[in-house]
Design a protein. Sequence first.
Length: 308
Amino acid sequence: MRENEFLSWIASRSRFDAAKVPVGPGDDMAVVAFGGERLLTAVDQALDGVHFDLANHGPRAAGRKAMARNLSDVAAMAALPVGAVASVALPKGMSQADAQEIYLGLRDVGDEFSCPLVGGDVSMWDQRLAISVTIFARPAGVTSGIDPVLRSGARAGNAIFVTGALGGAWRTGRHLTFQPRVREAIVLAMRYKLRAMIDVSDGLAMDLHRLCRASGVGADILAAAVPVHPDAVAGRNIAPLEAALGDGEDYELLFTVPRGQAKRLEGDDKIPLPVTRIGTITKNPDVVLIQPGGSRQPLPETGWEHKG
């Protein structure tokens, strides 16, 4: 079983009344309409041995990451968090003090982004710690005129940007301490026409392919333009670009804007973090990596994918 294939299978069999469910499976969050309002929702798991190492990282860091992963999905839609519920399966024998630390970790980052933990469920079992968080958000447009930004809005000619720098997050603990780009996404959406957006959780290459598939487009990516984090190659025998494209766990934003806005965005000192133009959306559905000498090669869909 491959995660991407399974998710595609689910999406192909999902049928909704578009008036009630404007956005279903296949984006960072679903959108449900009722009473003239729109509610955005998403769910993510954080598993010991997959997303964190409880013995080394501790329960508070595990709780924080579980909430932060969901907040990153809110950022990918340029939305505002409203609240969350959590379901936690505790390993038998875990102390109450450690269980409390999980709760405090969830609260740490949730409170920072005005996302209260409003409910949940706790159980115990003879397996490793598992935390599942369901988050709720609303369109930022309630106050600023911003609609949720989908993966499916990219068009040929759009400029492709990414926030921050990529690679090596899991090596230095950044995958536990990252800041969800909720505020930055709102600023970007207020100042520019974001056509499509996704958070970079499974690797730039894989998440770029997801965005392109959702939009029915391709991309030309400039190898020399991809921003590489210093953590990506320190102490590793790996090419910097390979690490930036495939490591994942960066939780930065990958987005597109109309070509005419690209130059202004590149020089905009009002954006609260670095943004880098890395390429252009193409009508041709191929995703291509362009080397400094001009040679073109297919960009493989590398990155993290659950397989069984």
